[in-house]
Design a protein around this ligand. Structure first.
Ligand SMILES: [Zn+2]
Length: 201
């Protein structure tokens, strides 16, 4: 029993080292715009999360390319893609990180702000850099970096985060989201957070 536990502990250490060594050299960012096609995500009137996510993800791609990163998009237009497909695309890259872009929704219409989710410890570091850059770029409510067991985060072998760029269900936030300037501020904040994370090794 002791031997098995020791073996397990050494595997955990090896796994952790492998992850951070791999993350330290990343040159590619796999960008995953949430939802698409018949899956609208959060919706209020004519404002659909799937459209906001794709536009913001495309802006993020431009920002990252300007910083010298290689990028991969899990979808480039308005079509449906399953969660396992998204994870499969991300996991086929080695020196990469995985960044999902979403917008939030809740029945409590007064709730607003941005948050960034993670599952792994390396994901947590990435989420903290991204969340702080996001908040300073957008000057909005900081709902912090948080742990979550989302399928795409749990099953990713890369440092992975899921950004929630504000609440479609909140009137003032929804108004901001409709402007390209706000979506650009989110994209820029995420890109800056990724850059700060890259330089932290
Ligand atoms: Zn979503």
């Amino acid at each position: 029993m002791k031997t098995i536990l020791q073996l397990f502990a050494s595997l955990l250490v090896a796994g952790a080292l492998g992850t951070s060594a791999q993350a330290a050299n990343f040159r590619t960012v796999v960008i995953d715009p949430g939802h698409g096609g018949q899956d609208h995500g959060g919706q209020w009137g004519q404002v659909y999360e799937k459209h906001l996510a794709l536009d913001t993800a495309t802006r993020l791609e431009t920002n990252l390319k300007n910083l010298g990163y290689q990028t991969v998009m899990t979808r480039r237009s308005d079509y449906f893609i399953t969660l396992p497909q998204r994870v499969y695309i991300g996991n086929s890259y080695k020196d990469a990180i995985f960044v999902c872009i979403h917008f939030n929704y809740t029945w409590k219409q007064d709730v607003s702000g941005l948050e960034t989710y993670y599952y792994s410890s390396e994901g947590q570091r990435l989420a903290q850099f991204v969340q702080s850059s996001l908040v300073s770029r957008t000057h909005t409510i900081d709902r912090s970096a948080k742990f979550a067991r989302f399928y795409v985060l749990r099953n990713s072998t890369l440092p992975a985060i899921l950004v929630e760029g504000g609440f479609v269900s909140n009137e003032s936030e929804r108004d901001r989201m409709k402007s390209g300037g706000f979506r650009e501020a989110i994209a820029r904040g995420v890109a800056e957070g990724i850059q700060r994370y890259r330089r932290s090794f």
